[in-house]
Design a binder for this molecule. Sequence first.
Ligand code: PLP
Length: 409
Amino acid sequence: MFTANQNFRMLPESYLFSEVGRRLREFKEKNPGREVIRMDIGDVTRPLPECVVEAMRRAIDEMGHAETFHGYGPEQGYDFLRELILEYDYVQMGVKCLGAEDIFVSDGAKSDLGNLTDIFGIDLRIGVTTPGYPVYADSNVLSGAAGIPVGGGWERLIEIPCPAFNGFMPELPESPLDVIYLCYPNNPTGTSMTREQLTEWVDYALMCKALIIYDSAYEAYITQPGIPHSIYEIPGAEKVAIEVRSFSKTAGFTGVRCGYTVVPRTLEFGFADGAEASLNRMWLRRQTTKFNGVGYIVQKGAEALYTPEGREAIERNVAYYMKNARDLREAIISKRWEVFGGVNAPYVWFRPLPHGDSWKWFERMLGEYGISSTPGVGFGAMGEGWLRLTGFGSRENTREAIDRLMSDM
Ligand SMILES: *Cc1c(COP(=O)(O)O)cnc(C)c1O
């Protein structure tokens, strides 16, 4: 008799964005004709760069002719793309410890973040920052590693608190961890880690032989010096860290689907019995077993991002979204509300006055300003009282939102 995976029953009933959607529909029914500005979802609005569109068109033509047709590609990604990633995203940024064999092209960061649990041993002490991107905890719930829900958290997941009084930065845990999920610049709080702060975490991982899974989906949004773009800028990270990146937020690839994960051959981990393990070989085995690679057309589109035109287009996108985020931040500051983000990240994370719970303020933001936000508590209990706005909207909508926010001042 077939029975279904019990772990699915433990995932929270209503996912954050579906609850936001439900409340929005309810608001619109009660307030017909009122125009709501969506600043809740994290999706981008700028179209694909022209050079990407052209590269993909050419690739489609190749696919239509027997002489240039591409079938199954290498599971790890085409060499042409992995070499460019290595050169532009690492070597030219001063990271010399990696090779193209360490890079795995994927259909986006979320898949890899969700699938990495396949290479975890059992009974690991897994640390997730809170507030945080829900995929880290939820993928461990599905794999069974998180155990059962207890008091707003999980039996076997260890929350790494990022409290408001600490500027939403995580403090080093007192008890040792085996896996640590970090995401900087951070979604949802928009905070970033300095080189010194990230070095503490790499040193901690080296000391307790923990694996760091470093989500750097927003590295391109860093504007300040002294903020590392890659964890491999930190000495020793190549022994303890896997880095996950995405073209989604920089190049409009949210619907195209492409990213990459770095699993260095220099990682120093073993199996429970002490035998040496190559996570790089294991991840390749995992991908060749359950994944057949990213489409040729998509990888040709990603390749175009490393041309001068492509790099310029990314810079323009980042500048466009960051202006939105900075302007939102300024507006919130002038309301004398507490705010994080909008400096090295396209998100603005804020606590309106008077202080109240996140969902209550979600409703007030809708009612008073016609702005839809994301309640911070949806990213973990530590986010209670806070809201997230995205800079990924259009300039026009962002301006209108700012006018509305300032209208009662
Ligand atoms: C958007 C996002 C991702 C997912 O990116 P995809 O490549 O589109 O799957 C991963 N991590 C964080 C923190 C994100 O905000």
